[in-house]
Design a protein. Structure first.
Length: 162
């Protein structure tokens, strides 16, 4: 039985799961996790659950299985300036001609494909990406990416309410 399944004595899974992806030891590459940390400090709707997905990849299937809605936050490769925020869908990642958007695209794509193959896909998936400024050793975000964190938090809260 996966962790999101109802077990005797455990609360049912919440309607929206927000997953931050990234490695906090590689500066801006950890922006997804940093957004989750920021959201832990604010009051959330009762139907929203947070998960630090780290660099888990396929290990996330148990957590996302059969959820009504999953929101991922990750660093993305784009031509925009550092700190730019983008919203996209799994279909955007799965298009053969799509540029490599997510720095964890292979892991995220494989996780979503595996969930689909196992017939336990979330009903709705939204991905928020932030263009990193620096991906090197260190635990602090660059100023541009750090200033994007509150914006992403607000976008996630708005999306969670839809």
């Amino acid at each position: 039985m996966h962790p999101t399944a109802e077990q005797p004595g455990s609360p049912p899974p919440r309607r929206v799961l927000v997953v931050g992806i990234g490695n906090i030891l590689l500066r801006d590459e950890g922006v997804g996790v940093r957004v989750i940390e920021a959201m832990r400090d604010i009051p959330l709707p009762d139907d929203v659950e947070l998960l630090d997905g780290g660099t888990s990849g396929a290990d996330l299937i148990d957590f996302i299985a059969d959820r009504p809605k999953v929101i991922f936050i990750d660093a993305v490769r784009t031509d925009g300036p550092p700190g730019s925020v983008y919203r996209f869908s799994p279909e955007d990642l799965m298009q053969d001609a799509a540029p490599a958007l997510s720095l964890h695209q292979l892991g995220l794509l494989e996780t979503l494909r595996m969930a689909r193959h196992m017939n336990c896909s979330p009903r709705e998936v939204v991905i928020f990406g932030v263009k990193p400024g620096a991906i090197d050793y260190g635990t602090d975000l660059t100023p541009q990416v750090a200033s994007a964190v509150p914006k992403v938090v607000q976008l996630v809260l708005t999306e969670a309410g839809r």
